[in-house]
Write a protein that binds this ligand. Structure first.
Ligand code: S3P
Length: 449
């Protein structure tokens, strides 16, 4: 859904110790993929633990528009009766992906090799984001795209009637681009090959294999080479969605910086392509432990325990770690403000094309809270003020970006003066229970300024 109604300002005040258990929602990346692959296979796929955030609900609506039967049976349980590879029907209306770059880009891939036309749009954030990175490789399959200047939404795609398989080397480390090419490759005859120079999250590969597609992954001098054999008969699956490490980041980071805190965040998916934040926090000296480590549904899972960590120090985050924590730099930069010394984050240019320019949003907001920042196109450097040392007392812009909104609320929980976020509506895209969950742990959050 485009837009979310009137702005919802929220203020976070210095909070007492955060304590208790934080049951964060299902993984957003895995939730989108479960719905899309369920829609691309004949028979009933059952999904439990689906994230019922707006981004994923928009993908569910889109799958219905392409002809799949998608039913919510309550409590995160969903059923999808799909149409099969190549079976998408032409939608009768514009597909509105709301705020979700993952939703629109994966769906564009999924329809690109089926001869139907579809027009996509989204909210002001999504309409400002580049789609050429998706439509360029999809054109190689024979899919045509007509959008606004700079490859922006609204955009109409006309899927290829006679798709050809593609060999594509990713120009950026992007799981969305990789996934769009693989999903398009499903309905092309022969082998579609994607080469990724750096490993981005691999949920699409894991799930395609789970649905019965023939897919191989090899490490070579060129990078990670993924080969998919087209036109498979996918088999419906039962999928338990693990909880989202990117959402877990907020209660974890809040616990590290709020005095006296001790918080348990159970059942978090810790796929190595997603877990970079947790490695980084430990290197900074965070009191963060993984308990009950296990494998569930093919994904590594653990319970995270985070305690107040007054002696964290800034580090240089290795740039090659960026793909495994790309969504976590905003909240890491808040933790860095409460650490001693400089935290240097390089190789993060991709942050500039997320739901907003996240380097700029964090730099301006942290500066308003009294934190010294340096930045360039590809880098953010935070000069930490140590535990309890951030003045706060500012209103920060969320810029239609859920992770920016949540990051500044976490900042306010440990700052000397309250921090207000101008619009917390976007939090519903990925973490609809954020306000209640954080308040339940002891965070002092109030609506309004
Ligand atoms: C996602 C991939 C990442 C990430 C986004 C989710 C995915 O984007 O930032 O929140 O589910 O594939 P890129 O692939 O553009 O890096």
């Amino acid at each position: 859904m485009s837009g979310h109604g009137p702005a919802i300002p929220m203020t976070a005040r210095k909070s007492g110790p955060l304590s208790g258990t934080a049951d964060v929602p299902g993984d957003k990346s895995i939730s989108h993929r479960a719905l899309i692959l369920g829609a691309l296979c004949v028979g009933e796929t059952r999904i439990s633990g689906l994230l019922e955030g707006q981004d994923v609900l928009d993908t569910a609506s889109a799958m219905r528009a392409f002809g799949a039967d998608v039913e919510q049976s309550g409590g995160g349980d969903w059923r999808v009766n799909g149409v099969g590879v190549g079976g998408f029907a032409e939608p009768g209306n514009v597909i509105d992906c709301g705020n979700s770059g993952t939703g629109v880009r994966l769906i564009m891939g999924a329809m690109a090799t089926t001869p139907v036309a579809a027009t996509f749009t989204g909210d002001a954030s999504l309409r400002s984001r580049p789609m050429g990175r998706i439509t360029d490789p999809l054109a190689l399959f024979g899919c045509a795209a007509y959008g606004r200047q700079g490859g922006r939404l609204p955009m109409t795609l006309i899927g290829a009637a006679d798709p050809v398989p593609v060999r594509y080397r990713l120009p950026v480390a992007s799981a969305q681009v990789k996934s769009a090419v693989l999903l398009a490759g499903l309905n092309a005859p022969g082998e579609t090959v994607v080469i990724e120079p750096e490993a981005a999250r691999d949920h699409t590969e894991r799930m395609l294999a789970g649905f019965g597609a023939a897919l191989t992954v090899e490490d070579s001098a060129e990078g990670r080479v993924i080969t998919l054999t087209g036109q498979p008969e996918l088999r419906p699956q039962t999928i338990a969605v693990p909880r989202d490490p990117s959402s877990a980041a907020f209660p974890v980071c809040a616990a590290l910086i709020v005095e006296g805190s001790d918080v348990l965040v159970p059942n978090i998916g810790l796929n190595p392509t997603r877990a970079g934040l947790y490695t980084t926090l430990r290197e900074m000296g965070a009191d963060l432990t993984f308990e009950n480590e296990r494998v569930e549904g093919g994904e590594p899972v653990a319970d995270l325990r985070a305690r107040f960590s007054p002696a964290m120090t800034g580090i240089e985050v290795p740039p090659e770690r960026a793909p495994s924590m790309i969504d976590e730099y905003p909240v890491l930069s808040v933790v860095a403000a409460f650490a001693e010394g400089r935290t240097v984050m390089r190789g993060i240019r991709e942050m500039r094309v997320k739901e907003c320019d996240r380097i700029d949003a964090m730099a301006r907001g942290l500066e308003a809270c009294g934190v010294r920042i340096e930045e360039d196109e590809d880098t953010l450097i935070v000069h930490g003020r140590g535990a309890g040392g951030v003045p706060g007392g500012a209103t920060c812009e969320a810029r239609l970006d859920h992770r920016i909104a949540m990051s500044f609320l976490v900042c306010g929980m440990a700052s000397q003066q309250p921090v207000t976020v101008d619009d917390c509506g976007p939090i519903a895209t990925s973490f609809p229970i954020f306000e209640g969950l954080m308040s339940g742990l002891g965070a002092d959050l109030v609506r309004g300024e």
